[in-house]
Each structure stands twice: as structure tokens, then as C-alpha cells.
Design a protein around this ligand. Sequence first.
Ligand code: ADP
Ligand code: ADP
Length: 234
Amino acid sequence: KPVIEVKNVSKIFKSKTSNVEALKDINLEIQKGEIFGIIGMSGAGKSTLVRCLNYLEKPSEGSVLIEGEDLGKLTEKELRKKRTEISMIFQHFNLLMQKKVIDNIAFPLIIQGVKKREARKRAEQLLETVGLSDKANAYPVQLSGGQKQRVAIARALAVNPKILLCDEATSALDPQTTESILELLQEINYKYGITIVIITHEMAVVRKICTHVAIVEKGRIIEQGTMVDIFNHP
Ligand code: ADP
Ligand code: ADP
């Protein structure tokens, strides 16, 4: 069965003055181990869609299933637990600026109740995975954009997620740094079998690492399939 299944999802943002229909009847199936790209222009609905995948945003209609489990049927407590299987990284990294790199990475484990010593040990291993062992005691402000995203990736991996959601994760980075971050994501996908969903407005990102892609336009998926299906390009 698919790791992620989106069935007839619509999302309407209502306000006093207007309604925005951000998603219209979205259907998606993402299988384990895929690197699935969601591409579209600004305002197409990509962020809303990815936020529906972990129920940070609740669909107005339809359902989202993670490993066959309907998120709409979970209690708040069950949902919080389920969310630990789904990590996310962002365009602007969202690191805790007053904490050292190592403590940023250990933080999600500490929240889960892991002892500080043990959490730091795991954080050290993750720093090695992302190639930043020498920055354990640095503060985020001392890092380049690419290094900050590596820390964010290590933090995302700390909880052993099954799914990694990347929302414009390379959009603030220069082309060389983008390339190296995408290579890291590819390595993580290969090594740990984590399913990766990549939201982007950049075709180059999709071409570089995605196995599958969906094209979003005005809240609808207008095409989806393997890279070969869509672009005749492996
Ligand atoms: P993208 O990520 O592709 O740029 P978004 O999902 O951010 O697109 O936005 C899709 C549409 O939904 C846009 O018209 C945006 O203004 C609207 N939208 C997104 N979030 C909200 C919100 N919280 N309230 C109202 N409208 C929103
Ligand atoms: P991004 O495109 O990087 O996701 P945005 O600037 O589109 O960032 O959105 C930032 C935040 O504002 C998001 O939480 C989004 O849901 C919300 N948002 C986006 N568009 C609107 C809107 N038209 N009205 C209210 N909130 C919005």
C-alpha cells in the first residue's frame, strides 16, 4: 500500500470578504522510497498541499492516509504521535538561533523524553551523516545557508521519520549549494529508505532528483507520473 494517499482533497480558506479555493479535488499516491516532486508556480497550492500531508492544515474535504491510516480519524494525541513519522524542512531552515547546532538536532528527541546525554550522542551521529561534525558547538548564525539546511535535515532525521517533507528547501540557496543539498537528500533516501516529498517551483530540482512528479496549477494536479512519463527524461 502507498505510504501517502491523498483522496479527493479540497481546501477552502474562508474569510469575511472572500473564499480562496487553494486545493481542488487532489488525488495522489506516493509509494515507499519514492522521491516525489510537487512543482508549480507561486500560489498554485503547493504549501497548502504539503501541510495537509501532516494535518498542519486540515482539508476542507477528502482524506489523507499515511500508511493506510486516515489522519482525519485520529485523536489529537494519536495525530501528534503520527506526526513524528513525518518530518519537515523549510526554505528558511527554522532553526533555534539561541541554541547550539548539536542542541538544535537533539531538541526533538528531548521533547520526546530522551535523556540529554543520549540525545546528544544521536545528534553527533546525525552531524556526521550530514557532514558537519566540526560544527557541533557552533550557533546557527555562524553557518552558511547550506550548512543551516544540513542542520535542519539532521534535526528532521533525529526522530527516525518515514517521510521527509521539503517545502522549497533549496529556494534560498545558490545553485552549487542546492546541488549538494539535493545530493544529501538522495543519499538519505537511498541509505534509510525514507520517502521524500519535494515542493518546488524549480524544474532543475525536480530533474535532478525526483523519481515521480505532480504538476500543480491553480489548486489542481494537472499531470502526475514518473519522470519518464511526464518529461520523457529518466
Ligand atoms: P504555493 O505554496 O504554491 O505558493 P500556497 O499553498 O501557499 O501556494 O497558496 C495557495 C493559495 O491559497 C494562495 O492563493 C494563497 O494566498 C492561499 N492561502 C494559503 N494559505 C492561506 C491562508 N492561511 N489563508 C488564506 N489563504 C491562504
Ligand atoms: P510560502 O510561500 O513560503 O509558504 P507564504 O508567504 O505564501 O509563504 O505564506 C506564509 C504563511 O501565510 C503561511 O502560513 C500561509 O498559510 C499564510 N498565507 C499565505 N497566503 C495567505 C493569505 N492570502 N491569507 C492569509 N494567510 C496566508
